[in-house]
Design a protein around this ligand. Structure first.
Ligand SMILES: Cc1ncc(COP(=O)(O)O)c(C=O)c1O
Ligand SMILES: [Zn+2]
Length: 374
């Protein structure tokens, strides 16, 4: 018997877990994994020892891994006076394909492979596609990755070299999603969407369990995350809730998120302002450029429950922060990741974040995968 079910994120509907069910049959909301009591199979993520982390797998051998996770945390000593607080970064770009997406991909591919899936479709601004292409290669699966034609050349090259078929789609990031969905429908394939698959968040949540191992019950009080669809933001919350429920931590950090001025659907909804995809502008922050994020409602719920705040940054601010991080701390972050630092600075300056609880920011992707800042 499986240790979990799929649960609708906004109503009571639930079903057995399946590779092809990605939304609620009653209200069309995205689904999440809900663990059944007393069926935990005690599977350990790569390199993990310590408390049990619930994972949607039945056997340790089901885990498909390239050695993701266990990324280093460093304190930014040279930038402390500029940010005016203790600031720590977790170097997610040190994951096997250069971004945090490997955490989610490992668990998603493991679950799908254990359900005998051998051909997948995904759409991505680049990082999730590269990640899926790599994990599909090492587990002998066939992958079709849809990317915006405008995705950075190094990311497209990375997807190709692992062996996936790349489909370049003109227009917006959302046009790429539509093309992938049509391809899935026409060819009756499995849509391994990092935005929709309930399994993806089960991998990103391991980030939270790792910071408990690193900080114990002194996890920094404010965590600032770049959000497109929210897979790391929501995974962080799920992992923290698991830690709180198992009495490993006594208090929850506040979860803040950052979007860009160019693409800001969740920020606008959180502030009660109108915004629609016709307002999308060009941005170098491809990872946050999701015009219609299916998990927007869940992100706003976590924002409220964690007492977090949100902010947008301009193209100039994110480029500045990409350069500052490299020149002051030796960290070459991709533009999407730099948005989180630019946002953290703004949140401190506007007093949305206190100066005394410490701030943690994931550096979600590598600057090597993107165009150089001007
Ligand atoms: C480097 C990087 N950071 C952050 C994000 C945002 O992730 P999510 O869409 O899950 O919020 C992405 C998404 O592509 C990304 O590539
Ligand atoms: Zn529902």
């Amino acid at each position: 018997m499986s240790n979990h079910k799929f649960q609708c994120s906004s109503c009571a509907w639930s079903c057995e877990s399946s590779p092809i069910i990605l939304e609620c049959e009653k209200c069309s909301s995205p689904l999440n994994v809900r663990y059944l009591p007393q069926t935990s199979a005690n599977i350990q993520p790569t390199g993990w020892s310590g408390h049990t982390i619930p994972l949607p797998l039945d056997h340790q051998e089901d885990l498909i891994t390239l050695g993701e996770g266990n990324t280093p945390v460093v304190q930014l000593n040279n930038l402390k006076s500029r940010i005016m607080a203790d600031i720590y970064v977790k170097q997610e770009y040190m994951n096997p394909t250069g971004s945090f997406k490997d955490r989610g991909t490992s668990i998603m591919i493991s679950a799908l492979k254990s359900m005998k899936v051998d051909e997948l479709v995904e759409d991505s601004s680049g990082n999730a596609g590269a990640s899926l292409s790599a994990y599909a290669a090492m587990s002998n699966m066939t992958a079709h990755i849809f990317v915006p034609e405008s995705a950075p050349v190094p990311k497209i090259g990375q997807i190709e070299v692992y062996g996936a078929t790349v489909h370049k789609i003109p227009g917006t990031r959302d046009a790429t999603t539509d093309a992938a969905k049509t391809f899935v429908h026409d060819n009756q394939l499995v849509y391994a969407s990092h935005n929709l698959s309930p399994f993806f968040i089960e991998g990103t949540k391991i980030f939270a369990h790792e910071i408990f191992r690193e900080f114990g019950d002194n996890i920094p009080g404010d965590i600032v995350i770049p959000v497109g669809n929210g897979s790391l933001y929501l995974g962080m919350w799920k992992g923290l809730c698991e830690l709180k429920e198992s009495n490993h931590i006594s208090h929850m950090p506040r979860l803040h998120f950052v979007q860009t001025e160019a693409v800001k659907p969740i920020y606008s909804a959180a502030k009660g302002r109108s915004w629609d995809v016709s307002m999308i502008r060009e941005t170098r922050s491809g990872g946050t450029a999701v015009g219609s994020p299916p998990r927007q409602g869940e992100v706003i719920e976590v924002l409220t429950r964690s007492n977090g705040s949100c902010v947008t940054v301009t193209e100039e601010e994110l480029a500045d922060w990409q350069k500052i991080l490299a020149a002051k701390e030796g960290i070459y972050a991709e533009p999407t990741s730099a948005t989180a630092l630019a946002g953290a600075e703004k949140l401190v300056r506007s007093d949305s974040i206190g100066k005394n609880n410490g701030i943690l920011v994931p550096i979600t992707g590598s600057g090597l995968k993107d165009d150089q800042p001007k």
